[in-house]
Design a protein around this ligand. Structure first.
Ligand SMILES: Cc1cc2nc3c(=O)[nH]c(=O)nc-3n(C[C@H](O)[C@H](O)[C@H](O)COP(=O)(O)OP(=O)(O)OC[C@H]3O[C@@H](n4cnc5c(N)ncnc54)[C@H](O)[C@@H]3O)c2cc1C
Length: 377
């Protein structure tokens, strides 16, 4: 009798998430929270992959996000407003303190003209959000009251109480701990080469799934094409510097160039460089970043730098997220975003509702306003 090895049985899932960075992990956590019976598999890439999730600045930022894109302005604000409850619950489930703070943020202007330009953007955001985005325009004297020790170069600032910060590494670790604790299966070093659309569902390696969410960061452009989705993301490098620990309270507020971590170090950044997939640091750029920081806060010149790195942003052409449902292959989605920290609560919350087909009409309209139609001219 001829004995044949049986073909390996495909493992069947309700959802396969490709990519276990901040976006994929937040989505998986959101899906399993909403429907605990779902069989969810997260396939993550290799340790050497570019991972914005482990190289970012840790801001939960609203100011300026979407001043020229009303849906994004509302989404950013909603995401930041969901953060306090999200952080509380995630901390409870994972037992990891995220070092989340929402003390507000300052964006500094070096000239009166810069302050005017920022004021125009903030007014647009307030208009898009029907007055829900809160901010104050501060002249130099008012900015000094909030943040003593500012350099002579600072002409003023915008303050928003809705900005905050978190330790992004603790956030990623907490999402992984929580999602796996709730039943999500996670496989590291399992890069997905191909996603094949079947008559019903998808084949990914030896697995089949009813749904697939592409959360592969910079690899989403390649993966998206396989499912007829245009996900135009490209790398934008940011270099970040870390100082030795400073007395707590040196910085009262986070800002796009500076934040004081819970441990006391000052994080200084970040450049915006179009250098392809090169994520190395360079002395010239680090010197510029350091000089700009000292111009804002001269006391920083007394601190030693202890660490630096470069990381690649997952950038869409307009900087806003892309939330795409494949019209050709129902059940396939592409999720790309440059604000994966700020939007983690939105991804675990309303975006997961949308993926499950359960988003209320206004929420659905808001999310779908951020699909790729806006790039088709
Ligand atoms: C310098 C810098 C500063 C930033 N500052 C902030 C900030 O202050 N606030 C904020 O909100 N955002 C910030 N960001 C952006 C934020 O980090 C990103 O939006 C977020 O990390 C994107 O997460 P992601 O999961 O989409 O991508 P990534 O972190 O790149 O993760 C993608 C994951 O997918 C995996 N993968 C890739 N290809 C495959 C494949 N084929 N198969 C399986 N797995 C795959 C990778 O291994 C990786 O784990 C910053 C980014 C940078 C670089």
């Amino acid at each position: 009798m001829l004995l044949l090895n049986p073909a390996p049985k495909a493992e069947a899932y309700d959802w396969v998430i490709v990519g276990g960075g901040l976006v994929g992990a937040a989505v998986a956590y959101g899906l399993i929270q909403k429907q605990p019976q779902l069989r969810i598999l997260v396939l993550d890439g290799n340790d050497t992959d570019h991972r914005a999730s482990v190289g970012n600045f840790g801001l939960i930022w609203v100011q300026g996000k979407g001043y020229d894109f009303p849906a994004y302005a509302n989404w950013s604000l909603q995401g930041a407003n969901l953060w306090p409850q999200f952080a509380q619950q995630l901390t409870l489930v994972s037992q990891i303190d995220l070092a989340y703070q929402r003390q507000g943020g300052l964006e500094f202007a070096l000239t009166a003209a810069d302050l005017d330009a920022l004021s125009v953007e903030m007014a647009a955001m307030a208009q898009h959000t029907h007055g829900e985005f809160e901010y104050q325009v501060l002249d130099r004297a008012a900015a000094l009251l909030l943040q003593p020790g500012l350099g002579d170069a600072v002409a003023g600032a915008i303050y928003s109480p809705q900005d905050g910060q978190v330790n992004p590494l603790y956030l990623l670790s907490a999402l992984h701990t929580a999602m796996q604790g709730m039943g999500v299966e996670y496989r590291a070093r399992c890069p997905v080469d191909k996603v094949i659309a079947l008559e019903s569902g998808f084949q990914i390696g030896t697995c089949t799934s009813n749904n697939v969410a592409l959360c592969g960061g910079l690899d989403n452009q390649r993966l998206g094409l396989q499912l007829d989705m245009h996900l135009p993301v490209s790398p934008v490098k940011g270099q970040i510097l870390i100082t030795e620990r400073a007395p707590s309270g040196l910085l009262n507020y986070a800002c796009p160039q500076l934040r004081q971590t819970a441990e006391g170090t000052i994080q200084v950044g970040g450049s915006h460089e179009h250098s392809g997939l090169d994520d190395s640091t360079s002395l010239a750029v680090m010197q510029t970043i350091a000089a700009d920081a000292v111009a804002l806060m001269p006391a920083l010149s007394q601190l030693q730098l202890v660490r630096s790195w470069g990381a690649l942003r997952v950038m869409s052409p307009d900087g806003a997220p892309i939330y795409q449902a494949s019209s050709r292959y129902p059940g396939a989605f592409g999720i790309c975003c440059h604000s994966g920290v700020s939007l983690a609560a939105a991804h675990a919350g309303p975006l997961s509702d949308w993926l499950l087909g359960g988003a209320a009409a206004p929420q659905k309209t808001l999310i779908e306003a951020m699909n790729n139609d806006r790039f088709c001219v």
